[in-house]
Design a protein around this ligand. Structure first.
Ligand SMILES: C[S@@+](CC[C@H](N)C(=O)[O-])C[C@H]1O[C@@H](n2cnc3c(N)ncnc32)[C@H](O)[C@@H]1O
Length: 385
């Protein structure tokens, strides 16, 4: 496909997404209908689509209108691409530009920095001096991070096994097991380091949330909101730690047994009914459902689907989960709360409300990771009685 034909395909996919189609469904549907497209075409189109979704408001301004075509005109304008090379109607290229397809000025900082207008005050209150660096970072692609699985490899060994498959990675300062991939990221899933379980795909801050805990041999840890099990696997890589995983939606843990086997890790899955019989735990980690604002670079549609009502519901759920899990923690144990959000209402405010309502609990640790510092955005807090 020519660069212009890739832009035309991206326009069609973006139009479907703007009409409500889920991003992955729109991308795979197009790929299925377009057998002529090679893997490089699909990757380039995916990059266009995700790039346009991250910068939807500013690209719409630069392209004059919020349609697939408007977003791609805006994208090309902002990247200073010669528009006549792409929009010329030749072959499978998009039609030539019309007189009215002019850039419009951004009407607010929220538009300029690609944050929903309603969220901007909350975003500013949460981030203070980091508001603009964080918003700017959310407009760009996320780096690819790996977790070295210490059950199977050292950091140095993982780096050299990756290199043998053409993947260059270097240690990331956020966590002792974290690597940042600097070259060859598309080769990861087929590499020996990955298929043999020496490394897992996991953001460095997500790893650091786990590393912030005291994971001594012999302790029992419950990952209460385990989902696909990124954190459970990370916990289980610590020698002698007995890991239990649970999720209210058990189907989300479907792939966890196979992932654990590849990693050489032991994890016991628990249903809702089995938890109380296994309590108390030394640590209960609740990686609670949240807005995902810290991972909007990877899942940019979430930035635009969040509403004030949705955010209110999430904070209610976060508070309920903390109330539910507190009794599962042993007398000297730790209740650890985490989100992949940088919004104060989902983070410090939830903890402060919990401590205010449960005076026996004290916060012993709190940390936020920001996308502007090279990881996904994350928050964690530890509580003890
Ligand atoms: C942020 S995700 C977890 C990600 C996962 N810990 C990881 O690192 O890959 C939040 C998870 O919480 C689960 N969840 C939502 N409400 C819950 C509840 N009341 N109790 C337990 N899990 C819940 C969701 O199904 C979802 O899988």
């Amino acid at each position: 496909m020519t660069p212009a034909a890739r832009v035309q395909a991206s326009i069609e996919i973006l139009d479907q997404i703007l009409s409500g189609a889920p991003v992955e469904k729109a991308l795979t549907g197009w790929a299925r209908r377009s057998r002529f497209a090679g893997s490089k075409d699909r990757a380039a189109i995916r990059d266009h689509v995700f790039g346009a979704l991250r910068c939807k408001r500013s690209f719409a301004a630069a392209g004059g209108v919020e349609t697939g075509r408007g977003l791609m005109i805006g994208a090309m304008r902002m990247q200073e691409v010669d528009l006549d090379q792409i929009f010329n109607g030749e072959g499978y290229a998009p039609a030539s530009l019309e007189e009215h397809e002019q850039a419009k000025p951004c009407e607010s900082d929220a538009q300029k920095y690609d944050i929903p207008e309603w969220l901007w005050p909350t975003f500013q209150e949460s981030l203070g001096d980091l508001t603009l660096p964080v918003a700017e970072a959310l407009r760009a692609r996320a780096p690819v991070h790996l977790r070295v699985n210490l059950i199977k490899s050292s950091v140095d060994q993982a780096v050299s096994v990756l290199l043998a498959d053409g993947i260059q990675a270097r240690p990331h300062p956020a966590c002792s097991t974290a690597l940042e991939v600097v070259e060859g990221e598309r080769k990861i899933s087929g590499s020996r380091a990955y298929t043999d379980g020496l490394v897992e795909l996991q953001d460095a801050a997500s790893q650091a949330v786990v590393e912030s805990l005291d994971l001594n041999p012999g302790i029992r840890v419950l990952d209460y909101c385990s989902g696909g099990g990124g954190k459970a696997l990370s916990l289980a890589a610590h020698h002698g730690v007995d890991v239990f995983a649970h999720d209210v939606n058990a189907a989300r843990m479907r792939d966890l047994p196979a992932r654990a086997e590849r990693a050489g890790a032991q994890i016991t899955l628990l249903t809702n009914d089995e938890i109380s019989a296994q309590a108390p735990f030394d640590i209960v980690l609740t990686d609670a459902p949240c807005s995902g604002s810290g991972s909007w670079r990877r899942a940019p549609a979430g930035k635009w689907s969040l509403t004030q009502e949705g955010l209110n519901r999430l904070t209610e759920t976060q508070r309920t989960i903390l109330d539910d899990v507190a009794p599962l923690v042993g007398p000297a144990g730790v209740l650890a709360y985490a989100t992949c959000s940088m919004l104060e209402v989902e983070n410090g405010a939830v903890i402060d409300a919990f401590v205010a309502a449960h005076s026996e609990w004290t916060e012993t640790f709190r940390k936020t990771w920001y996308v502007s510092h090279g990881t996904d955005g994350f928050f964690t807090s530890h509580l003890t009685r």
